[in-house]
Design a protein around this ligand. Sequence first.
Ligand code: IFM
Length: 450
Amino acid sequence: MPPRQDTTPRLPPRGAFPDDFVFGAATSSYQIEGSGFGGCGRSHWDDFAAAGNTRDGADGSVACAHILHWERDLDLVKNAGFDAYRFSFSWPRIQPAGRGALNAEGVSFYDRLIDGMLSRGLLPFASLYHWDLPSSLAVAGGWRERDTAYRFGDFTDIVMRHFGDRLHSVATINEPWCAAWLSHYWGEHAPGMRDLVATARAMHYILLAHGVSLSVMRDYGHGNLGIVLNKEYGEPADGREETLTATRLFDGIYNRWFEEAIFLGHYPADVLALFGAAMPEGYESDMALISARLDWAGVNYYTRSVIELDADESCVGFRCIRGDLEKTAMGWEVYPEGLGFFLRRLSGEYAPGLPLYVTENGMSRDDTVVDGEVCDVERVDFLGRHLGEVLGLLSEGVLVRGYFAWSLLDNYEWSLGYSQRFGLVHVDFADQARLPKLSWHKFREMLNSN
Ligand code: IFM
């Protein structure tokens, strides 16, 4: 009998990528640290959860208790063979009220965490904002207020002063679309608003915060600065002219708003027309700061949306549905071609010559432990297909410099609580046990191959 073939999906060999291509795993502060530990101030996510807006009322007060287990978590990054660890600073852990006094315990935690990365030979890729806005700033109007952008500039200064020279790379904002549109128009994330005026202001002030933060870091002389944009591909549900226009507006809101502001210095006309008088007065004078030079840009990519006309949607006139491609546990369609589309567009149209990173990519799956193992073959297949897309881009000369899997650990998936597992490492939230899944082992195999 011929030997049984191993049909487990594989990741491409490490040797197929350039030697200096960076492989990493990503997390974020609120999703893993445990906001109940170490003198961390409240964030608007604690408030949003306490007000009953999340699945089972779940919050991030314990999460993966990474504050207690960060050393073994960094060992998991290192032992898989990754070059880098992408993490975020929690603003309320460092500065509980969002202004004024610092929390010494929080500062010392990040000191140890960063030194822990460096001693393991991991490159620290930091984000300054991954959504845990201090509650007191949220109460004062959060991203609807111009002042929040300046408070973020002050926070940036604190981070630079304490940690700047040890950070390999820094992103200002992670996924500004989520912090603005998803949170103020669709109401799915904190602060859970559904208001076009609030949305227009947040869409602008989150980018102003990026510009202010960038200029603070330039003054410190940091030379590896970027922003992380989430992208979703829009597929028209049919070929009607109105559907194509709606799909273009979807792309404008989700993607081009940020690309055109950051790389061209203006907002797209179709989205500006939607916001109309809701745009903050004098926004034009902020555009130079918002479009200041970057050293790299990051793309977080997961899926596509099918865009269908919807007469009940009085503002945008469309809704996003899912098509008939294979889906993850989030119900998100698997569409690796979308990743190629965005990286090609950035490199060809918006930011020629700028180094690009895939700063997040991954899938949720109903992972269960069977006989001490998590056999997440679908995740291996998902990662392999997206890495294959990256290889194609590299062969076309697109400047992709690295790839980060989302996420290192199963964690708090925002309003969906702990119902979605995205990790390469399984977390038992009852006892905080970590168990590397097949996907983690496949990365280890890959990163040690040629
Ligand atoms: O968990 C999130 C992360 O915080 C930001 N990017 C998308 C992930 C999956 O939804």
